[in-house]
Write a protein that binds this ligand. Structure first.
Ligand code: COA
Length: 178
């Protein structure tokens, strides 16, 4: 028996990935960790992906992970709106239930951290996470995110108002002007 892990490849999302992204986001086990509503729509993701900047001018990005040739996860940055917050982005990530626990989330995070730290000039990455989402908390801690605060009754989840932690990661070695 080989203990070699199957290769995970990461690339920018394309329109042809919309159905796979929608399937991942509308799995109830995944959606409950996000702010998605039940009955997610592929049409929504087609439009969302089509409207994403594809070129070299934005910190907004969405990446997908392929495992054994199938798209099983996605992650990305949404830029903060105010010009004075152009160093900051919000992070989102989701991996299909069947592919969780196999390093896909870590591979997506590595690629996003490289994009942020070494290419896009992002200095602050922020997110919120339900306080009982142990897998996500472990992933974020592994990539240097720290707890900044807790909001109570932040979002309705399965009939109950649930708390979230706010977490952020500042650039670990910000490039200086010489
Ligand atoms: C959070 C999520 C993206 C993690 O993706 P993943 O592919 O399972 O992550 P990985 O396999 O790379 O594991 C990441 C780390 O978390 C740890 N981990 C996984 N599940 C865990 C759990 N239930 N409790 C504690 N640690 C856990 C792993 O051991 C691993 O750490 P290691 O590399 O030091 O061993 C995935 O669970 C998911 O999509 N959940 C549903 C959507 C969601 O909640 N998104 C986050 C919203 S804030």
């Amino acid at each position: 028996v080989s203990d070699q892990k199957p290769p995970i490849s990461i690339r920018r999302v394309e329109l042809r990935d919309a159905d796979a992204v929608a399937a991942c986001m509308s799995d109830p086990a995944v959606a409950r960790g996000l702010l998605q509503l039940p009955h997610g729509s592929a049409e929504f993701w087609r439009k969302r992906i089509a409207d994403m900047p594809a070129g070299n001018s934005a910190t907004e990005i969405m990446l997908v992970a392929e495992l054994d040739g199938a798209v099983v996860g996605n992650a990305g940055f949404q830029p903060a709106m105010a010009l004075r917050r152009r160093h900051a982005v919000n992070l989102g990530i989701a991996v299909m239930r069947q592919a969780q626990g196999r390093g896909v989330g870590s591979a997506l995070m590595s690629a996003l951290m490289d994009f942020a730290d070494n290419w896009a000039g992002i200095l602050r990455i922020e997110l919120n996470v339900f306080t009982d989402n142990d897998a996500a908390l472990a992933l974020y801690k592994k990539f240097g995110f720290v707890h900044e605060g807790t909001s109570r009754a932040f979002a309705l989840r399965d009939g109950q108002y649930a708390d979230v932690h706010f977490m952020a990661r500042l650039h670990p070695r910000q490039p200086l002007l010489r």
